[in-house]
Design a protein around this ligand. Structure first.
Ligand code: SAM
Length: 299
């Protein structure tokens, strides 16, 4: 069932410090999507990407994916994405960039030039939500846009997008932790933006990715971008978990065995890591390239 925004809740939840169902969206990406979207496989029929600022699905289409589904924890990501696909249908490149600049810090969507017209191509419930959020900067995440920002879609890319993007992208409103439960079938390409930057251990990142592995076709890829914080390991996930199990088994030897609760916790941790040593990860190649890690299904 489609997500229905709750305005009362939303008005108290537009905060920049935490990603949530109403956290402000980015207006443009801060990633090098021209680099990461090169990993969209040839003949990519189906891709799944973070909705983010809407740039992830747009660049994914540019790099050849036929069908692109999107997901995000924030409803505002869907809003900016739908504004962008609607804008493609009715405005030129210069007006598009101007629109993004105006949206970045707008207090009231109805005051943004051209939005009245674009609103006719956006679902009514979404437009009503955006209007009700007057006073909250729902698109205020990320940097202020300057014309020379290389992450902006350029004129040539914009023209191509106008030809190839046929309508709105499917949107799944979900935390990445529960995403797998919303998915049906498999994908050739999954792009997780830098969401995993906010998981503070490699194990936590890998546990988050694990349920998504079954949704990747043979030859398909998952790309994760690294922008801030902890870097990815050089070792393959299987090796990571083997080392972790060894480490945890060593540590447990020194434990105070009278602390039953802690002992139970540690045993649970070991069992969870052991499961990963023998998991679907073994069917994936793992590569670190620049700011990205790529998981590719081999069999
Ligand atoms: C991590 S943010 C960072 C911006 C990103 N680098 C870009 O270029 O747009 C990207 C998107 O991930 C979404 N997000 C963050 N945490 C999430 C989570 N746990 N599950 C699903 N989406 C999440 C945010 O709402 C945001 O739209």
């Amino acid at each position: 069932m489609d997500f229905v925004p709750n305005i009362e809740v939303a008005k108290n939840c537009v905060r920049l410090d935490k990603f949530s169902p109403y956290s402000p969206a980015y207006v443009i990406t801060n990633e090098d999507l021209r680099q990461s979207m090169q990993f969209v496989p040839k003949n990519c029929n189906r891709a799944l990407v973070t909705a983010a600022s809407g740039d992830h699905p747009l660049f994914c289409s540019l790099y050849g994916a036929r069908q692109v589904d999107t997901f995000d924890i924030s409803y505002n990501a869907k809003c900016i994405m739908d504004i962008k696909t609607a804008a493609l249908k009715c405005m030129g490149h210069v007006a598009y960039i101007e629109l993004l600049k105006n949206l970045r810090l707008c207090q009231n969507i109805q005051h943004v030039p051209d939005m009245e017209y674009i609103s006719k191509m956006i679902p009514k419930i979404e437009w009503e939500y955006m209007c009700s959020m007057a006073g909250s900067q729902i698109f205020s995440n990320g940097i202020v846009i300057k014309d020379d920002n290389t992450h902006l879609v350029n004129y040539k890319e914009y023209k191509k997008l106008q030809k190839i993007v046929k309508g709105r992208y499917n949107f799944i409103m979900s935390d990445i932790a529960n995403l797998s439960g919303h998915l049906t079938g498999t994908y050739d390409f999954i792009h997780l933006s830098n969401i995993l930057d906010y998981r503070h251990t490699i194990s936590a990142r890998l546990y988050t990715i694990f349920p998504l592995l079954k949704h990747v076709k043979v030859g398909g890829r998952i790309v994760c971008y690294n922008l801030v914080g902890l870097n990815w390991e050089d070792v393959h996930p299987i090796e990571h978990f083997e080392e972790l199990v060894e480490d945890l088994n060593e540590k447990i030897k020194c434990f105070d065995k009278t602390d039953e609760w802690l002992l139970k916790e540690r045993k649970h941790e070991i069992a969870k890591a052991e499961k990963m040593c023998d998991s679907d990860f073994e069917n994936f190649d793992y590569t670190k390239i620049g700011d990205m890690v790529i998981f590719e299904r081999l069999r």
